[in-house]
Design a protein around this ligand. Sequence first.
Ligand SMILES: Nc1nc2c(ncn2[C@@H]2O[C@H](COP(=O)(O)OP(=O)(O)OP(=O)(O)O)[C@@H](O)[C@H]2O)c(=O)[nH]1
Ligand SMILES: [Mg+2]
Length: 212
Amino acid sequence: MRAFDQAQYVASIGKLSQLPPTGPPEIAFCGRSNVGKSSAINALTGRKRLAFTSKTPGRTQTINFFDIGEGLRLADLPGYGFARVPQAVRAQWDRLVGGYLSARETLAALVVIMDARRPFTEHDARMLDWAQPLGRPVLVLLSKADKLGKRERSVTLAQARDALAARGLRGEVRLFSSVTRESVDEVRALIVGWADAWNAEHRHKKTPGKGE
Ligand SMILES: Nc1nc2c(ncn2[C@@H]2O[C@H](COP(=O)(O)OP(=O)(O)OP(=O)(O)O)[C@@H](O)[C@H]2O)c(=O)[nH]1
Ligand SMILES: [Mg+2]
């Protein structure tokens, strides 16, 4: 297993023109504001404050990149669906996140994080409709699963799997908690699998001497 605990901050970008050069396959973490994207990255890397978290929705406004060794990069995306955000900020989100997701050649997979207590909101559905044509594997994490009771857990999980299949998305669903670290090991393994698959598929396509 790759060294998640040796994750390194790479860059924060507020404009597409600032994107770091493509390198390792990237796994993008998207989801509504305050759903726990940055907390999930911290849980996966075993670090408290690698990605900044906050009780105030809309904390992450930039795309933040973190390298896990040489063959994997995580991208923490700004959240969507926060009602009190002015229209100009929303337009900026569309440009930045939409532009990144649709054009980044090294995007290997998407992690779409939803609140396990209120999954598949209208905004989440739009995000998945967005993701579908990208053709990348999708992992839906039902976050804050520590807040669910036993019965709610199985119902939520089954409903989420159905919702994903109904949209024709290739992917996985897991209950997740940054607090109890539920599913952390499994999610690490899924991410590494997608990054390795991406590396295996793209490495042999490289033309020697031309770089990437
Ligand atoms: N109980 C519980 N709380 C969580 C969990 N994950 C995150 N939180 C809390 O939810 C709040 C938001 O977490 P963040 O990780 O900052 O959320 P985010 O999705 O990155 O938010 P934005 O950057 O604003 O889009 C914080 O108060 C976290 O402590 C979890 O698994 N369980
Ligand atoms: Mg965040």
